[in-house]
Write a protein that binds this ligand. Sequence first.
Ligand code: S3P
Length: 165
Amino acid sequence: MKVVLLGYMGCGKSVIGAFLAEKLQIPFYDLDNEIEKVTQISISELFQTKGEIYFRKKENEVLKTFLDKKENFILSLGGGTPCYFNNHELLQQDDVFSIYLKASTDTLVNRLINEKDKRPLLHNQDEVTLKDFINKHLFDRNFYYHQATKIVTVDNKLVEQIANE
Ligand code: S3P
């Protein structure tokens, strides 16, 4: 089984993914890291030099490569991955179990306010605008996020509790 974690930036996909992989003794991959390996450039630089559309194409290509693999693994997606090209359809394949890690806007704001530098889409946000920005994004993305096989809420929960669920 391929376990795929999805959800908004800051919901904990990478931390939970690494924890689960350790527990289940299967490999863990982070899609952003894999895109960086393929392109030999950081996600921030990729956005800056080539633009978001180029990033989304690479994201789609690398996702396809992963879902074609025969092995079992845990894969954490980027926050926008299910929402572009045919990615949400690819995630419906029989051997994929997808989990939406659902965080409230307040949790996301608290986590992301000090982590904007790592995330190109948040560079222009400040404390006043971030909440509206996330709410708008969630409104656009919820349709895709809710196609996950399972939804796990993460607010006020420890990593272990979320991984157990
Ligand atoms: C993005 C989320 C990021 C990364 C890119 C775009 C998004 O991944 O893929 O900056 O569109 O939400 P994380 O969710 O791992 O931060």
